[in-house]
Design a protein around this ligand. Structure first.
Ligand code: LFR
Length: 497
């Protein structure tokens, strides 16, 4: 079969890309066609998506793709992070500027929600971890501060769906990303209407849900004119970036629950793939989430604060005029004293800090540990703490599934940090297999390839990824020192309650 090209638009925390996935002889090659910056824009003290800027960058990337791959292009699909949304009026006007989930307006909204509906009931109705970034709390914040805007909303689209609307005119919400909202019922697979009614959130604006791989229609005429693309299909991939990444994990063991994954980037999403949502008291107590994957799978996982800790330290140095790239920061961490200070990466103070270094220092002071001062000390503290948190979450996953985990796959940009990869193997005491870096992009285009009939199953998607990309294995080392550090880490978590 001649090669086929699928275009993936992947909007990540630091940059957005238009990617071309070229499928030939059961191998996929991913090419970056165009990269542009992404991230929240501060507007009068609020954090927003730059939707118009992003749209124009996407159009530019699509034009470049059309020039290069022309008639080989079969379809296009968009993925991005979860939980954020846009509202359209009846006349199809964008209502307000979509918020970024790190906007602080959701503070206090979890408490408001549980004052109306008991927390366990919210979990039973959604199966999703309690994080104030979730769409549910974003909608509650809007209900509190701007009910007029919410009442004008005719349709709510999650951000990838919004871009699919701009591309094709379709107004649906794709399932994997919908599961991040905490507005969906994991048993019925439909919106949790009853819960939303109890919370007085309008439900008429919620569109039809579609599964990943659904053909949404062809490009709008105006998009074809502007980009030079022909009348190609717009196909919903697994629009939640983490769902796309997990679809592209190069395991040969689909269906076997003895492996875990971390999708590593700004966040570290750590979990296992299960065939049914894991609900119940213990999952609730441990604040695990069940996010929808492809083919009826669920990602039983936990959000760990991830390399955000390092990204934000880097940003602090940059603001002061010191340019330190990730390689320099990791080298400094390699040379820094081991286990000097540890933090719980998931302490809420690290979610949207003004100065990450001050928050890390504050945590260390309050827990009577030496305060980091140098870039190497900050980054070493962040990386060791992340690796220890991974071990903790691995233990919880084994407890929840009753299955020992024998190997950990790490995919995504975070795998470029070899120090963290080795720390993770040491901390978890199981082999770690890293790669591919571009799991999200690969998952995106391969789900489109499946919609086109070129690939048949999730197992085959993973086989293609295995055939097409390199992995690296890290064996555990230094067991004794890491076990000791784990005890210290557990004491910190226990003390925090
Ligand atoms: C990763 C991710 C996580 C989600 C967080 C916020 O990019 O999509 O899975 O919890 O961003 O949406």
């Amino acid at each position: 079969m001649p090669s086929q090209c699928f275009l993936g638009v992947d909007l990540g925390a630091e940059s957005g890309r238009v990617l071309a996935g070229i499928l030939e002889n059961q191998q996929i090659r991913l090419e970056e066609i165009y990269r542009f910056s992404n991230g929240p824009v501060t507007v009068a003290g609020t954090k927003r998506w730059n939707v118009i800027g992003l749209w124009s960058s996407i159009l530019k990337g699509l034009s470049l793709a059309a020039q290069k791959y022309g008639d080989q292009i079969i379809s296009v699909g968009v993925d991005t992070w979860g939980v954020d949304y846009a509202l359209l009026s009846e006349k199809q006007e964008l209502l307000g500027q979509p918020y970024h989930y790190r906007d602080p307006r959701t503070e206090g909204m979890l408490n408001l929600a549980i004052s109306r509906v008991p927390q366990q009931e919210i979990f039973d109705a959604t199966g999703v971890q309690f994080m104030e970034i979730n769409t549910l709390y974003q909608l509650l914040a809007m209900q509190q501060s701007d009910p007029e805007l919410l009442n004008q909303a005719n349709v709510l689209l999650l951000m990838p769906d919004f871009f699919h609307w701009l591309l094709s005119g379709s107004q649906v919400v794709e399932f994997t990303n919908a599961t991040t909202t905490q507005c969906l019922n994991p048993v019925t697979g439909d919106w949790s209407y009853e819960l939303l009614r109890q919370l007085e959130i309008p439900t008429a604006m919620l569109p039809k849900l579609v599964q990943p791989g659904t053909k949404l229609g062809t490009l709008r005429e105006e998009v074809m004119r502007q980009t030079g693309l022909s009348k190609i299909e717009v196909v919903a991939p697994a629009t939640h970036d983490t769902a796309s990444a997990v679809a592209a994990i190069p395991t040969a063991n689909t269906g076997n629950p003895d492996w875990a994954y971390i999708s590593s980037g700004t966040w570290s999403l750590m979990g296992v793939e299960v065939n049914q949502a894991v609900l119940g008291k213990r999952a609730f107590e441990l604040n695990f989430t069940n996010e929808g994957g492809i083919d009826g799978t669920y990602r039983l996982l936990k959000n760990i604060m991830g390399l955000w800790l390092v990204q934000e330290c880097k940003r602090c140095y940059e603001r002061e005029g010191t340019e330190l790239d990730y390689t320099a920061l990791t080298t400094a961490a390699t040379e820094a004293e081991p286990f000097r200070s540890l933090v719980d990466p998931d302490d809420p103070r690290f979610l949207s800090p003004v100065d990450m270094r001050e928050e890390i220092k504050g945590y260390c002071q309050e827990t009577n540990q030496p305060v980091p001062e140098t870039p190497g000390q900050f980054v070493r503290c962040a990386l060791e703490s992340l690796a220890l948190k991974y071990h903790k979450v691995l233990d919880w996953l084994e407890e929840l599934t009753g299955t020992p985990i024998t190997v950990l796959h790490i995919v995504g940009g975070g795998t470029k940090n070899e120090l963290l990869n080795q720390f993770t193997a040491n901390s978890c005491q199981i082999p770690v297999i890293t790669g591919p870096v571009e799991a999200t992009g690969l998952g995106n285009v391969l789900v489109q390839a499946r919609a086109a009939g070129a690939v048949s199953s999730l197992a085959e998607i993973r086989e293609i990824v295995r055939n097409s990309t390199e992995t690296t294995t890290y064996e555990p080392q230094d067991q004794a020192v890491w076990s000791e550090a784990m005890q210290r880490f557990n004491q910190l978590l226990d003390a925090a309650g």
